[in-house]
Write a protein that binds this ligand. Structure first.
Ligand code: HEC
Ligand code: HEC
Ligand code: HEC
Ligand code: HEC
Length: 493
């Protein structure tokens, strides 16, 4: 590929042409417009009458995908198994214990299920109410404008029932990504507008839009809270001090820790009130990844062009490129699907290994805080400064672990950055652990090298559904290194 591009470049110079990446991407489909759609048309069926091929393709997100194609993003495959992220990464059950994410947390399904999955999940996950529909229903903007806090704060099912009956379960729809009258791609979420304003981004190119239609939802956000930790408004993006092409984890953490209203829950093990990070695909990808720098967009990889009869359209069955036979990659790369898959797994295996290290190191530190807090109750006196430093370091580790664990590409979107963030997480957790051991030792308490994480306690009998650990779903360290450091649960309950 690189050689090919260099050759093209040399030829380009020779011929006096400027060769860009677009040259290796296929030509855009022609848009055949047979009728006009109004700008406030929500109903995909109506759009479908004008654009039947795109409509049919969009409907395919309902269909389960082939089994055994993806290594780390299983879920909603033809085996119909719901994959449990807390069984995949058992340390997460300990770290997230204290609210909904520690009870039920599943691998995503297709866009068709966005609202349906919210209705079906343990209700602790949707306890904030209507505001949870921000990245799900196309009506969120209109309803926030019209009904404000009455909608945002309404108990979740009441908010769903406020939506037009026919579309209560409608997920990402045509109107979210297209301007009906022109069919231009555009965005339809106020939180993204506010986020872009924080970045100082005003001009949007076509390429920017091919990323931003996805960044409407595949970004991290917080639900602002009042003093009683109740919902205080629509979702916000923690993008203060960041800029287009650089929203690093450091800035996200600084933003999230800068104000009490971003604190969303209390971690059981440590008792710490904490913020949280959700699916930061756009943030990780856009932070200088090779593909971002090369002008490749989310849409290129997740909505590749394909031919239906005489027409060529963008695949609206948005899914993992692995589950679509690497068609997307081969629009640009001349290598075989097999070779590309190997590269992809090579990256993901390494990320998953490092995520294990960072996750268990952070969970171990959390357990030491639990012990220390217990000893404090029994009268142990602490050096306040050391203790506060240990807390700060711990939060830095925790939020880095969540950042990569919640990002849905297992490192592929930006391998080097994912590696950097996880390495730092290990260092923060390790330093915090050292301080905690020092604090405990000064009170005459000496702990063994391996700390019992009591993972079974967090993994089993979760929520109303009584969810249990599923050993066969666990992503153990592919290089076997983690076993040197911690005990990992291996048995089904
Ligand atoms: C309006 C919000 C929204 C928009 C816009 C959106 N997504 Fe999603 N996406 C979601 C939600 C929510 C899920 C999880 C659905 C579930 O699990 O029920 C999801 C799931 C996915 C999945 C997993 C699908 C699978 O088969 O497992 C991929 C891949 C994805 N989105 C990529 C994209 C890309 C690429 C774009 C832009 C072209 C995009 N999304 C735009 C909300 C959105
Ligand atoms: C260069 C190609 C490429 C680009 C660009 C890209 N992705 Fe991905 N994405 C992938 C691959 C590969 C995976 C891993 C799929 C797997 O492991 O099954 C992935 C995984 C995902 C997933 C999880 C899929 C699942 O089935 O659970 C989501 C969601 C996602 N990407 C969204 C995005 C968004 C949003 C953007 C833009 C901000 C983006 N991607 C940019 C290639 C890409
Ligand atoms: C998650 C965002 C998203 C949703 C939802 C979506 N589209 Fe698209 N659509 C795109 C993107 C991105 C393109 C590529 C356009 C470009 O680059 O100019 C596209 C392209 C198109 C095109 C131009 C031809 C082509 O295939 O490239 C048509 C027509 C279209 N979409 C119709 C629809 C219809 C009808 C629906 C609803 C049933 C829909 N889209 C839903 C993002 C979306
Ligand atoms: C729109 C074009 C485009 C698409 C689609 C695309 N790539 Fe790339 N990819 C590039 C360019 C350009 C580079 C930069 C290096 C080069 O010129 O080869 C690159 C670099 C890479 C690299 C080496 C750098 C790194 O980050 O490790 C890998 C591996 C790779 N791509 C895999 C994939 C896979 C897998 C997919 C599909 C999921 C994919 N690419 C989709 C254009 C693309």
């Amino acid at each position: 590929m690189i050689i090919l591009k260099k050759m093209l470049f040399v030829w380009g110079l020779f011929l006096g042409l400027v060769v860009t990446l677009q040259d290796c991407a296929p030509e855009k489909p022609d848009l055949i417009k047979v009728a006009q759609i109004s700008d406030n048309e929500y109903d995909p069926e109506v759009w479908g009458r004008v654009y039947p091929l795109n409509y049919e393709s969009w409907q395919q997100t309902k269909r389960p995908k082939p089994v055994d194609k993806s290594r780390y993003r299983r879920g909603w495959d033809e085996d119909r198994i719901v994959y449990d992220r807390l069984s995949e990464f058992p340390f997460a059950a300990l770290l997230y214990n204290g609210w909904g994410f520690g009870i039920e947390y599943n691998e995503p399904r297709g866009h068709h299920y966005a609202v349906i999955d919210q209705i079906e999940i343990d209700p602790s996950r949707t306890s904030p109410g209507g505001v949870c529909l921000a990245c799900k229903t196309p009506y969120h903007k209109e309803f926030t404008d019209k009904y404000g806090m009455d909608y945002l704060k309404a108990p979740f099912m009441e908010a769903v029932n406020m939506l037009p009956e026919k579309h209560r379960e409608l997920g990402p729809a045509c109107i979210d990504c297209h301007q009906g009258s022109t069919m231009e791609i555009r965005t339809h979420k106020d939180h993204l507008e506010r986020g872009l304003a924080l970045l100082g981004k005003t001009e949007l190119s076509h390429l920017d839009k091919r990323n931003l239609v996805c960044a409407q939802c595949h970004i991290t956000y917080y639900v602002p809270r009042d003093n009683n930790r109740k919902v205080a408004g629509d979702v916000q993006l923690p993008w203060t001090n960041s800029r287009w092409g650089s929203i690093p984890i450091e800035n996200i953490i600084e933003d999230l820790l800068s104000d009490e209203n971003r604190i969303e829950w209390v971690q059981s093990v440590t008792g710490f009130p904490l913020p949280y990070i959700r699916h930061p695909e756009f943030e990780l990808f856009s932070n200088g990844s090779v593909h971002w720098q090369a002008g490749v967009s989310c849409t290129d990889c997740h909505m590749p062009y394909y031919r239906v009869g005489a027409n060529k359209i963008s695949d609206h069955d948005v899914t993992s490129p692995l589950k679509a036979d690497m068609r997307a990659c081969r629009q640009c790369h001349t290598e075989s699907a097999n070779w590309l898959e190997k590269q992809l797994f090579h990256i993901q295996d390494r990320t998953v290994s490092a995520l294990n290290r960072a996750g268990y190191a952070t969970a171990t530190t959390a357990k030491l805080f639990e012990r220390l807090h217990m000893e404090q109750k029994n009268g142990l006196n602490l050096d306040e400064n050391l203790y506060r430093r240990a807390v700060d370091l711990y939060k830095q580790a925790f939020l880095r672990v969540v950042f990569i664990a919640a990002e849905n590409s297992s490192g592929f979107h930006n391998p080097a950055e994912a590696g950097r963030v996880l390495t730092d997480a290990v260092a923060f957790a390790g330093r915090s652990e050292a301080l905690l051991r020092q604090l405990l030792a000064s009170g005459g308490i000496h702990l063994p090298e391996k700390i019992d994480l009591e993972l079974q306690k967090y993994l089993n009998q979760r929520g109303g559904k009584g969810l249990n650990f599923k050993a066969d779903q666990q992503f153990k360290d592919p290089f076997g290194i983690q076993e040197i450091f911690s005990e990992i649960p291996l048995k089904n309950k």
